[in-house]
Ligand binder design. Structure first.
Ligand code: DX5
Ligand code: ZN
Length: 221
């Protein structure tokens, strides 16, 4: 079985109790904390920035933090999130003027680097940078909000990216984000994903452990 990772998106957590929410979801078996950064410019919503990431580290959160930058411009935030203790930093290629430089900045700062593809963003952005990537994130909704419906054409795109990763022989995680839940996680895994972001599907349930366990048993099928 692939090395599957579950990455709850804290976008759907209770922000008034964020430290506790993150502790609870990790205690319930989550692997990675997915941290959505929205700027009301690249996407039509506004969320949290590097100070909150730093505060989670100060609070004692040691799990990998997967910072999904939905911002334009990109580079200034890369530096700030490196300093704030991010583990992964991913950004949308069309939001960066210099994709290669942004990826290089992330790795130079000791973080893992990734590109994010919106449902209609073409995969050609991968062409010259595969060896600079630790993660490829396919959006299965248009970015900006939690609780949207999974866009089915993502499955075909996942299969294409899985082929490219396998052909490259590189160690690159394939993450999917948006509308992922117990009901579709197995199908998404079969299409090639190994890392699953889920916001509302986890945080809108009362028992995080039961939900994460249900996802893992779907993945084991
Ligand atoms: C959407 C964000 C997602 C979002 C997923 O722009 O990038 O991470 O929180 O939420 P769900 O799992 O509820 O679709
Ligand atoms: Zn996200």
């Amino acid at each position: 079985m692939a090395d599957y990772k579950i990455a709850p998106s804290i976008l759907s957590a209770d922000f008034a109790r964020l430290g506790e929410e993150v502790e609870n979801v990790l205690a319930a078996g989550a692997d990675i904390v997915h941290f959505d950064v929205m700027d009301n410019h690249y996407v039509p919503n506004l969320t949290i920035g590097p100070m909150v990431c730093k505060a989670l580290r100060k609070h004692g959160i040691e799990a990998p933090i997967d910072v999904h930058l939905m911002v334009k411009p990109v580079d200034r935030m890369i530096g700030d999130f490196i300093d704030a203790g991010a583990t992964f930093i991913t950004f949308h290629p069309e939001a960066s003027e210099h994709i290669d430089r942004s990826l290089q900045m992330i790795r130079d700062g000791g973080c893992k680097a990734g590109l994010v593809f919106n449902p209609a963003t073409p995969l050609h952005y991968l062409d010259h940078v595969m060896d600079r990537l630790d993660m490829i994130l396919l959006m299965s909704v248009n970015p900006g909000f939690g609780g949207q419906k999974f866009i089915p054409s993502t499955l075909d795109k996942l299969r294409q990216v899985r082929e490219r990763i396998d052909a490259s022989g590189l160690d690159i995680r394939l993450e999917v984000d948006g509308g992922v839940g117990v009901g579709n996680i197995a199908e998404i895994a079969r299409a090639g994903a190994d890392t699953f972001v889920a916001g509302s599907a986890i945080f809108n349930t009362d028992d995080y452990r039961a939900t994460i366990d249900a996802m893992r048993s779907e993945l084991a099928k």
